[in-house]
Design a protein. Structure first.
Length: 321
């Protein structure tokens, strides 16, 4: 008995669908292998920080003196207490304009199976001056006292981004200016790592808040600074009260901290427990001023939430309108 054209079409469509689903994971694995092969020990060792420090000649000329830490303030110290923050934060490496860069990042809660999300700075994912996304983007959790710069020698391995998501406010800033600082956040979507494991189920992840913190609240900032007195393979933290940045029209947060280049994108955590290393993502390392021991970060808001929500349903590059 002959089958109808509709039946044959449906059968063919089913075969094509199966083929497309089979090809997609293979392509993803191939891209992961390519990026991991790109990041040789030498390339990682010589990647440079992509951080922005405003000097007196820049857009945001500092009007305050060097920050004076008060009681209980940690300006920059090695994190030695372990916990989730050690596992669920790490080093970010990527390429922009033919140059290899480093930043920092942390893992965000994601309900999906198969994909995970990494929070970092917008300028560690997108070049708003040339309107291009970063390439060769890779996350290395617990890059703390690593035996070697290669993925195979790290504790957890490496995860390659299949997509990067930024806000339109950052993408259209035209340079690193006030508009960019307000929207300096991004999410990287990563699939299986080089060892075939899912990132968030392997190292843990953090919840994120888009409000609920105020000037004077005590936060902890983390990152892998790689300039000045820091060398890029030690998880460094700062702790103390946050404050508004008056030079930036009070649109961003500040915290007393002497972390240097390479720390960009590293997490700020509120309600942080030093014993467990657990807290709530509330901002991130974004920029600084020359000669001032402070670091500044965006105030998470509905735009930040839109970026996270968009990333939770995507696997490719995207600019949130």
């Amino acid at each position: 008995m002959r089958r109808s054209k509709a039946t044959l079409f449906a059968a063919m469509l089913g075969v094509l669908t199966l083929v497309s689903f089979a090809v997609a994971p293979a392509a993803a694995r191939s891209e992961t292998s390519r990026v991991i092969s790109y990041w040789t020990a030498d390339r990682i060792a010589h990647a440079i920080p992509r951080d922005f420090v405003r000097t007196p000649q820049g857009t945001f000329a500092p009007s305050a003196r060097r920050g004076k830490p008060g009681s209980g303030v940690v300006l920059g110290a090695s994190w030695t207490k372990g916990g989730k923050i050690l596992h669920a934060s790490g080093k970010v490496v990527f390429t922009m304009g033919g140059t290899d860069f480093i930043c920092s990042g942390s893992v965000v809660n994601d309900a999906r199976t198969g994909n995970s999300m990494v929070l970092t700075a917008g300028h560690c994912a997108y070049d708003q001056s040339n309107n291009v996304f970063a390439t060769n983007w890779m996350f290395i959790p617990e890059f703390d006292a690593v035996a070697s710069y290669t993925c195979s020698r790290t504790k957890w391995g490496c995860w390659v981004a299949s997509g990067l998501v930024v806000d339109n406010g950052f993408a259209t800033a035209g340079g690193f200016n006030q508009q960019a600082t307000v929207n300096d956040f991004a999410i990287a979507i990563v699939g299986a790592g080089d060892r075939g494991t899912q990132l968030d189920t392997s190292v843990g992840s953090f919840g994120i808040t888009y409000s609920g913190i105020s000037s004077g609240d005590r936060l902890y900032a983390f990152g892998y600074p790689a300039a000045g007195k820091y060398f890029g393979f030690d998880l460094i933290y700062c702790a103390g009260p946050i404050f508004d940045d008056p030079v930036n029209s009070n649109l961003t947060w500040g915290i007393h901290c002497d972390m240097t280049g390479g720390a960009s994108g590293g997490p700020w955590l509120s309600s942080f427990n030093e014993k467990t290393g657990v807290g709530i993502l509330s901002s991130l390392n974004s920029y600084g001023y020359g000669g001032i021991n402070n670091i500044y970060g965006p105030k998470f808001d509905s735009d930040t939430q839109d970026v996270v929500n968009a990333a939770s349903t995507r696997t490719t590059n995207y600019i949130v309108p």
